[in-house]
Design a protein around this ligand. Sequence first.
Ligand code: CDP
Length: 221
Amino acid sequence: MNGIVAIDGPAASGKSTVARRVALALDALYVDSGAVYRGITWAALERGVDVYDSEAVMRMLGLLSMRFSACDGAVGFTVDGAAPGNAIRTHAVNHAVSPIAAMPGVRIQVVTWLREMVALGPLVMEGRDIGTAVFPDTPHKFYLDALPEERARRRHREMAESQSPLDEAAVGASLKRRDLIDSSRKMDPLQVAPNAHRIDSTSMCADDVVAAVLAAIEGEG
Ligand code: CDP
């Protein structure tokens, strides 16, 4: 595989687990595009920028230095020289990220950065608009989904490991809110790309999803 694998889908549909493992199997770099939107959101919250004020967010973005590099099989980034790590996965970032990701100026900048990553090597990139807007010409497009209850259960389990106080119903409500903003925004909303392989992972284990993705890529040459 010498190009790009695009894996899109709603929040907590299993994209990260699957994309990481597909990247490893194909000796490609894993890219979490959501982490880039989260990094911008984290920077805005740290600086006290109003996350609903697109002019203020764009002013901040213009002053921000985001640098991307490949390390340990994935593309990571720093914001003004520091790696934000798990600080991009807090409840505050979860709440503010979709409004920020709906701003056209933010999307134009992030899509440019994501496209520049092809210079680093073959990529397995997960997100919301990879097959529709970032790399619409790749033949390897996937849309992962799972029932909302199952996604809430998975995300709650993940968050409980980091001692989040939210219960499963609150996690489900937060995912639902993000899905709604992500799929109804004007620019590059979350939708199934034409010709994408749709996989409903509700009752599949990760091994089976990874095998299905690899078999489809193999068939596409
Ligand atoms: O991991 P999770 O499914 O919770 O979300 P994520 O991939 O970390 O993405 C966080 C947010 O970034 C999403 O809810 C979208 O608002 C935004 N995003 C986007 O707009 N486009 C992408 N390609 C990736 C993420």
